[in-house]
Each structure stands twice: as C-alpha cells, then as structure tokens.
Design a protein around this ligand. Structure first.
Ligand code: SF4
Length: 322
C-alpha cells in the first residue's frame, strides 16, 4: 500500500485586523492508497484550512506560507494553474461541506457531472452520459434521474450526488470536508456507509475531515488529531482508541459519549481553543493541559514516533518513551 498523498510541514496563515492568524502550523501526514484517514478536532482547529491548502483553494487574506503537498510525487503547491486544473477532479477531488456548494441549482445534476467529465477526460458526450448514469447508480440513485435538478432531491440524495460528482473522473484521492454536517443522523450514517463502501471497492484514498470522533473511529484506518492548527497525535485507529498518548487526544476521547460503555462519565475539556493570532508559546495546549510542566510554555513539542506508526507531540517523558 503506497503513499498517494504526502503533506510536509504545511503552514497556512491569515491576515486579520488583529494580526497574523497562524491557522495551520507545520502539519505533516501521509495518506496511503486505499486508506481512509480521519482528520479530527474541535471547531476552529484548522482541519478545513488543511483541506483547502491541499487543494490550493486558500485565497487572500489567507496564504500557504510553507510546506509541500505531494500527490503521487507532484508538489501541488508548486504546480502551475494549468497543471493543477488537470490534477483536480482526475487525481484529487472534494466532497464539500454542503452539497449545495457543489451543485448549481440552475443545471440538471447530469449536466453538471457530464461537464466535469468532458472537461477532464477524452470521451464523447454519449460516453460521459453513460458514465454519469453509472455513477448515480453507484451512489444509490436511479441513473435515469440524471436529468433532474438539485431541488428535486432530498438533502441526503444531494449529498450522494456530490459524492458521484467527486468520483466523476476516477480520482485517486477524495477529501470529504464535513460532508455530512447538516444531515439528520440516519442519513449521515447512510452517506458515510456509502462512502466507505465505495472507498473499499475503488481502492480510494479518502481524507475524512470531521469533528465527529465516533464516526471517524468507526470508519477510518488512521486518525490525525488536530489542536489549534497543529497535529498533536497521529496513529492507526486502534492505537488511538486503546493507547491515546497526548493529553488532548485523551481529553477528546473522554469528552465523547461511548455507546458501548454507557456507565462512563463524559468529561468536557475545560478552557477554550487559544487565539491563533497570538498562539501560546511552546505547546499550544498548555493552558488547558492537566499535565502542564514549566517547559511546556517554552518548547514546541515535535511530533515524534512513540511506537511503530504512532506519533505524538508532547514533552512528557512517559509519553515519549511509553
Ligand atoms: Fe501537556 Fe506539556 Fe504535553 Fe503540551 S507538552 S500536552 S502542555 S504535557
């Protein structure tokens, strides 16, 4: 299982009235072929900024100031605009936060998918229509509905159409950016199950961006936990569930209801995410960390491998050395 996407030391800043907000700082991770990676954290932790930086969708006053994003060896951050437009859809695509952002209400869903296929693939219109119908069938929608308009579909079905659109040009990597937010719980579960099923069948690499820890732990192979613009823990899902090391990762797990252990008390995380215009020196979690030491406000903890494939950014000796 080779690496498809490799993000190295990615940093994205935004100019604000109050100064430079360091929204994403030194974020590194990889995604393998056929793997589902969950990027998780509280609201405002930088997950969506990571996705937008990967896709080069950051606009002024934001800027990717450092790092690289290699997709099959090609650095997306250095690609020309024409190279990038070829890579988007065909190599990497996105299922956005709301299907309404993906679908234009004045065109039929079929026309929108067909247009994407014709723009990026050397096929005839007849072949594009056939593929569109197949894509709709794959996401559980009658292929003959390709002439329907977005308003003729429910929220869950629109999200299925957004998945079909993301798959239109057979990409190797898909980023799902909170794509089930706003749907009712049952529809969310159905859309996520569909995405997992397609990911397996098509051997896709998928990045799931979410604040929903139970959903991410249920479907992802590996999980990267973000806090205040940085990845603080990155490991396979079992390691996160059974052996989370970083105090924030542990706190996040404790703050999440567990249906298999209804007797367990859910503990909220005291304090709030720091202002990223003037992020705290040292470890960004130090004002909320129950294990804080003097060095935590001075030294920035690096993401270190604490056991095979398990990375944590914390200065505690027992965490670094197990
Ligand atoms: Fe807590 Fe210090 Fe570890 Fe940060 S580095 S998580 S403040 S112990």
């Amino acid at each position: 299982m080779g690496t498809v996407l490799s993000v190295e030391k990615l940093s994205t800043y935004f100019k604000t009235d109050k100064g430079i907000a360091k929204a994403v700082e030194d974020v590194s991770f990889t995604v393998n072929e056929g793997e589902m990676l969950g990027l998780i954290g509280e609201s405002g932790c930088g997950k969506t900024t990571v996705a937008q930086s990967i896709l080069r969708l950051i606009e002024y006053p934001g800027k990717v100031v450092k790092g690289s994003v290699h997709l099959n060896g090609k650095d997306l951050l250095k690609a020309s605009n024409s190279e990038l437009s070829k890579l988007r859809w065909k190599d990497i695509s996105v299922i956005p936060q709301s299907a309404m952002n993906a679908l234009n209400p004045i065109y039929t869903i079929g026309d929108q998918i067909i247009e994407a296929i014709l723009l990026h693939e050397d096929v005839t219109k007849k072949e594009a229509i056939k593929r569109t119908k197949n894509l709709l069938e794959m996401v559980g929608i009658d292929g003959d509905r390709w002439k329907s308009y977005p308003h003729e579909f429910s929220g869950g079905m629109k999200q299925r159409v957004a998945i079909a659109m993301a798959l239109a040009c057979n990409p190797k990597v898909i980023i799902s950016d909170e794509s089930t937010t706003g749907l009712d719980v049952l529809t969310q579960a159905q859309v996520i199950a569909l995405l997992k099923d397609l990911q397996r069948k098509m051997n896709l690499a998928v990045i799931i961006i979410s604040h929903d820890l139970p959903m991410v732990t249920a479907i992802c192979d590996r999980i990267a936990i973000m806090y205040a613009g940085k990845i603080v823990e990155w490991a396979n899902t079992d390691q996160i569930l059974k052996d989370a090391r970083h105090p924030y990762a542990k706190a996040l797990l404790n703050a999440t209801p567990d249906l298999s252990d209804i007797g367990r008390k859910v503990q909220s995380i005291p304090g709030s995410v720091p202002n990223l215009v003037n992020p705290p020196k040292g470890c960004r979690f130090h004002s909320r960390c129950p294990y804080v030491m003097e060095s935590c406000s001075q030294i920035v903890p690096e993401l270190l491998e604490v056991s095979p494939g398990h990375y944590t950014a914390c200065l505690l000796e027992e965490i670094r050395h197990g």
